[in-house]
Design a protein around this ligand. Structure first.
Ligand SMILES: [Fe+2]
Length: 465
């Protein structure tokens, strides 16, 4: 199986079409809006993705490795004031994976030993933010913030060290806790889960050790040689919140890989519910990105007392980029919003094998899943118009979990331009509330977030952590 590389140097999916980088930084103002932007959306929608500035070798280029570009759309009082795109530049590196706010700062994030880069709210200045060196071994692109305590929990790793590190930052951005967790083989750990009482470490079979074995055998590897590892276990580690490696409980899970967690929560009987996007395998046939397997939303019911794990598929479509109402991180949730996979939405039926694609990861319509009923809603943005990761923004004084808006960047292949589209999160079928027309395209990237003005402290970049 490990020789079944389907792409050639001339056909790197992740350098073609709307995956191809844009060459220039852009600043535009007074954007055209169709519909009516909600006037309480005062802030900026930011997203980030790989956008290599220098020439890269298509034979070895891995989608996850490209230097980052951040895109920002400023909304205020019902107007779309500007769109700006900026190469992420710092003295150390250029994160490409996530951009979010914490402790009043806007932070661009990546995993595998790279520290956050702080970006000013106007996207004009950037600098490494490593909390006075305490994050010297890097951070993660997918920390989880407890909505009650404000603490930010992170599982970080660094290819140069054997230990994975559990890090907790307080709401001022100060490191308040660390514990090193020794793991074999150098697993890729992209995300994590948090409940009210536990942190969940994903130790799954994509590892640097397997990539090194592949390279030593003369087989093709990318410039980010993390590959599927037949020898590595698939397990999750449960650590008490604020706990240490000595307290970890490992539980075997179905053999798969997970980039993204929708959410997790504790149940009254002591069990744990963990909703994840499951890949049967990844980086086995596609060496340049996560193609080759159909991602599906599954629920793991984990019983720590017995070590039993029950897996159940949820929803009707293949989905990625899962998002919930952030007020429910670590608490029982009902709804998830996702980018559907496949331009038309790939229904998971008996005739769809989960391991069947050889192309890269292509998103399509927006999908909302009700995890209580198991039903899905789907919103198509129109022919040749596909969404990137959605973000849920709660309405002020929201009356329900889905009382708010879905913001996402939609790529229109008809015009080769992007839009920021606002939907009613409670009824995605009702059609767009507003469309902000951008005069440029935004390449398919990774993650984005709505960052309200209230979460930003002006001038924070000069403050000490
Ligand atoms: Fe991610």
């Amino acid at each position: 199986m490990e020789n079944e590389v389907t792409e050639t140097a001339a056909e790197n999916f992740y350098l073609s079409g709307n995956y191809a980088p844009v060459a220039e930084e852009v600043s535009t103002s007074q954007l055209t809006v169709t519909g009516a932007l909600p006037r309480e959306l005062n802030g900026r929608y930011l997203r980030i993705g790989p956008n290599p500035r220098e020439q890269v070798d298509p034979a070895t280029y891995h989608w996850f490795s490209g230097a980052g570009m951040v895109h920002g759309i400023r909304l205020r009082d019902g107007r779309a004031e500007w769109y700006r795109s900026r190469f992420v530049e710092s003295e150390a590196h250029t994160p490409n994976t996530n951009v979010l706010a914490h402790s009043g700062r806007i932070l661009a994030l990546a995993e595998a030993g790279r520290p956050p880069v702080e970006i000013t709210p106007d996207l004009a200045r950037m600098a490494v933010w490593d909390c006075d060196g305490t994050l010297g071994r890097g951070f993660t692109a997918h920390p989880k913030t407890d909505p009650v305590t404000g603490d930010m929990h992170a599982i970080t790793y660094n290819p140069n060290f054997t230990a994975t590190r559990y890090v907790v930052l307080d709401d001022d951005g100060k490191v308040k806790h660390t514990s090193d967790i020794d793991l074999d083989d150098g697993p890729m750990i992209h995300d994590m889960a948090l409940t009210e009482t536990r942190v969940v470490v994903l130790d799954l079979p994509v590892t640097l050790a397997a990539g090194m074995r592949r390279a030593q055998a003369g087989e093709p590897v990318s410039n980010l040689p993390y590959v599927w590892d037949d020898r590595h276990p698939a397990r999750v580690g449960l650590v008490p919140v604020g706990g240490t490696a000595e307290q970890i409980q490992w539980i075997e899970v179905p053999r798969c890989f997970v980039f993204h967690v929708l959410n997790a929560y504790d149940n009254p009987d002591g069990s744990l519910t963990l909703d994840v996007i499951r890949y049967d395998e990844v980086f086995l046939r596609d060496m340049h990105g996560p193609g080759g397997s159909v991602p599906t939303l599954v629920r793991w019911a984990i019983n720590p007392a017995t070590g039993a794990v029950n897996e159940e598929a949820i929803g009707d479509y293949s989905v990625e980029f899962p998002r919930i109402n952030a007020e429910l991180v670590g608490r029982p949730h009902r709804y998830g919003w996702f980018a559907g996979v496949g331009a038309h939405g790939l229904e998971i039926t008996d005739d769809v094998e989960r391991s069947q694609t050889n192309g890269g990861l292509e998103t399509g319509p927006l999908v909302k899943v009700d995890t209580v009923t198991g039903t899905s809603q789907i919103h198509h943005y129109g022919p040749a118009r596909v969404t990137m990761e959605p973000a849920f923004v709660p309405r002020r004084n929201a009356e329900g979990e889905d009382d708010g808006w879905i913001l996402s960047v939609v790529h229109d292949a008809n015009t080769n331009l992007a839009e920021l589209v606002v939907l009613d999160a409670a009824d995605i079928n009702a059609g767009p509330i507003a469309r902000v027309h951008l005069p440029h395209r935004i390449p398919f990237g990774f993650h984005g977030n709505w960052i309200p003005d209230t979460e930003i402290v002006q001038g924070s970049m000069t403050s000490l952590c």
